[in-house]
Design a protein around this ligand. Structure first.
Ligand code: CA
Ligand code: CA
Ligand code: CA
Ligand code: CA
Length: 246
């Protein structure tokens, strides 16, 4: 009788032990996921802060130089221009030219910079007279000429220039022309290679392929996507420059 009670109690404690082990296992798994979620959010917030600093540096660069910098195509931190003052390559996407804009590269997480470059004479990366002023006139190659170039960026998307995707209801990016738009410039912090593909590096999703469509800044963080996109619209840049003239 007594030994029967004992063995029953012994059986219960084994079951309890198993239950406790299962609970500990579940809790530690939950803690692991919660912790990685917090890390992801912190990483996203840090990327956004870095992008805001670079966005501001690019605005002041445009204010001082009456043009936007060319992309840094060779990852040395400087914009790549030839001796005639044009970008050394035809592309619109490269790295942020950190040193050219008075900033410092984030070596392990180098930011992508895309700039909308219309054909001459409206290429915003070139300092050019666009409003018919004679050399020596007050408005010759001034900020008004930069703003004139920005105003030429069309609302309708042309896939031969960089454009920013819209976002689907499920949080994915949509490169369809009805929901996408041309930016003056875009910034992308790649963070990690979330989709674990080979070849395209740390950039994920729409940012990893070679076309001109950039992922929406509203695209959801997911198991296969952790890039952080910041978009400067032509109107936002025109507004900022207009406010800061003089
Ligand atoms: Ca360079
Ligand atoms: Ca002018
Ligand atoms: Ca990434
Ligand atoms: Ca793309």
């Amino acid at each position: 009788m007594v030994s029967g009670v004992c063995s029953r109690q012994y059986g219960f404690s084994l079951l309890e032990l198993l239950l406790v082990l299962v609970v500990i296992g579940v809790l530690s798994l939950l803690a692991k996921f919660a912790f990685s979620g917090v890390d992801d959010v912190r990483q996203q917030q840090q990327a956004q802060a870095e992008e805001e600093a670079v966005r501001e540096a690019l605005r002041y660069y445009a204010l001082a130089n009456k043009r936007l910098p060319c992309p840094d195509f060779n990852a040395d931190g400087y914009e790549d221009r030839n001796s005639s003052g044009a970008c050394s390559q035809n592309g619109e996407i490269g790295y942020v030219p950190y040193y050219s804009i008075g900033s410092t590269p984030s070596e392990n997480n180098r930011m992508t910079y895309g700039v909308y470059r219309a054909a001459s004479p409206n290429d915003i990366t070139v300092l050019e007279e666009r409003t018919g002023d004679e050399e020596g006139a007050p408005d010759y190659m001034n900020l008004g000429d930069a703003i004139t170039a920005l105003m030429q960026i069309p609302a309708a998307v042309n896939s031969s220039h960089i454009y920013v995707a819209g976002v689907n209801s499920d949080g994915s990016s949509n490169c369809g022309t009805s929901v996408s738009t041309h930016p003056a410039f875009v910034l992308i912090v790649p963070n990690t290679n979330k989709d674990n593909d080979s070849g395209s590096g740390l950039l994920d999703g729409e940012n990893a392929n070679a076309d001109n469509c950039i992922a929406s800044p509203l695209q959801s963080l997911a198991w296969n996507y952790d890039d952080v996109v910041a978009v400067e619209s032509p109107n936002a840049l025109i507004g900022w420059l207009t406010e800061h003239i003089n």
